[in-house]
Design a protein around this ligand. Structure first.
Ligand code: AVJ
Ligand code: FE
Length: 439
């Protein structure tokens, strides 16, 4: 190893240690915010008790970093089954003999101590699992993904507010409500991003017809016009399965909204407040997003259209890591990391816009796309089939760009998230697109 390589490896180790520390700081904040009774309780059948998420975070870290990368003995050989998401559905997790809060905290601490030692000694090259610290990056992302899941559990929890954050930055002037994305090829996915997960790989060419895409997500004010126009009561706007779900679930507004006389209020982490008209709508399911789009004379973008709008640079023809370029996200670019516990108003973050002028693609709200979860051409499951492969072709729709609850380490221009089209507890909204005539 040359001295330049050694300096780079040391820098990578510091980066990993910092990312692990930031993830744990967030997990600790989310679990220390409530008492033990609250930690073991199930706040919704859609979610695990918070204490399950915490120990599951530690267990995944033990499996991959202590045992596999480190080649060390198990910390706890007896609990793998309890924290295997495929063994027990979320609804059943409260009745399992889980580690109690003190045990779970002690467990994740013990695992982390060993992992920091493994990190010091690992060469961060050689086999694919450790090359450029991939396994460490995967575990950082895993913890951050569960931190967003725990934040969704907090949103479902009843009671007085326990989480607090600064308000997000204001909107900036917006030159246009939609932009034309020219037709032609672009590179989707990645073969270069070191911590990209298996479903984002490999890079491949996609040729798209031209389309228009909104420069900002659909706002609460926009969505309210759909409600006021009777959109929830008109099957013309809904797909067949969407209408069936709308009827069965009696949908009439986004989740957490309530009518209060002649205005709408929403509950946000225990605070009841008037629905802010200029914020992106959040807590809508795919079916509601698709119905709104049809009512508006538009449609949802496909996943490829979302990614081209987010990454394609017309000047160079290259695909960027993020809309603003290749730099890692900073607070000027996007509303990420639970810094603000709400989306920023539409038109915020001008420094984060794409070359074509599309804003808020990263952060604020996950954006529903009209695509199923399919592997890219040349996909290979890595390092385990249960991250992506077992979900391909299931009843899922794609979500892109991350939300205010997503950490910068757990989202990028190529990142792919998915959920059932009826789910509303996630921090999901959408933006619209429409076909353009070919020139
Ligand atoms: C990619 C967000 C759908 O939370 O179910 C966490 C991520 N995978 N633990 C999920 C995940 C295993 C996953 N999503
Ligand atoms: Fe997990």
């Amino acid at each position: 190893m040359t001295s330049t390589e050694r300096i780079q490896t040391d820098r990578l180790r510091e980066r990993v240690a910092e990312d692990l520390r930031r993830a744990r700081e967030r997990s600790t904040l989310l679990t220390d915010a409530v008492d033990d009774d609250d930690l073991v309780r199930q706040h919704s059948r859609l979610m695990s008790p918070l204490v399950w998420d915490l120990a599951h975070i530690g267990n995944q870290e033990e499996l991959w970093l202590v045992r596999d990368v480190g080649g060390r003995d198990p910390v706890r050989h007896d609990i793998d089954d309890l924290y295997d998401a495929f063994q027990h559905p979320r609804a059943d997790r409260p009745s399992l003999p889980l580690l109690n809060p003190a045990e779970a905290r002690g467990y994740v601490r013990e695992v982390r101590d060993k992992v920091l030692d493994v990190l010091e000694r690992s060469p961060l090259e050689g086999r694919p699992l450790v090359e450029r610290a991939f396994a460490f990056g995967m575990i950082v992302q895993h913890e951050q993904q569960h931190d967003e899941t725990m934040l969704a559990t907090h949103q479902l929890r009843k009671g007085a507010p326990v989480l607090h954050a600064e308000p997000p930055p204001p909107a900036a002037p917006l030159p246009a409500r939609e932009v034309l994305v020219p037709g032609g090829p672009f590179t989707m996915g990645t073969s270069a991003e070191p911590w990209a997960l298996d479903n984002e790989r490999p890079a491949f060419g996609v040729d798209l017809a031209p389309y228009w895409i909104d420069t900002v997500p659909v706002s609460n004010g926009d969505y309210l016009a759909f409600i006021d126009a009777g959109g929830y009561d008109d099957p013309r706007w809904w797909s067949e399965s969407g209408w069936a779900h709308r009827m069965k679930a009696s949908l009439s507004a986004p989740r957490f909204w309530e009518r209060d006389g002649d205005r709408w209020v929403r509950t946000r982490f225990g605070v009841v407040e008037p629905v802010p008209l200029d914020e992106p709508v959040v807590h809508v399911c795919f079916h509601e997003a698709a119905a709104y789009a049809k009512w508006a004379g538009k449609r949802l973008p496909t996943e490829a259209e979302w990614e081209k709008a987010a990454r394609w640079d017309p000047a160079s023809g290259r695909s960027r890591r993020y809309p603003w370029g290749d730099d890692d996200p900073g607070p000027q670019h996007a509303n990420l990391g639970q810094r603000h516990l709400r989306p920023a108003p539409v038109g915020a973050y001008p420094a984060g816009e794409s070359p074509l002028g599309v804003r808020q693609l990263i952060g604020d709200v996950w954006e529903w796309c009209d695509s199923d979860f399919l592997p890219y051409p040349g996909f290979r499951a890595f390092p385990y089939k249960e991250y992506s492969e077992v979900f391909f072709r299931g009843d899922y729709k794609m979500l892109r760009g991350g939300s205010f609850g997503t950490d910068a380490a757990a989202v990028r221009g190529t990142f792919r998230n998915w959920d059932h089209p009826i789910r509303r507890q996630i921090f999901a909204g959408f933006r619209c697109a429409r076909d353009a005539e070919r020139p």
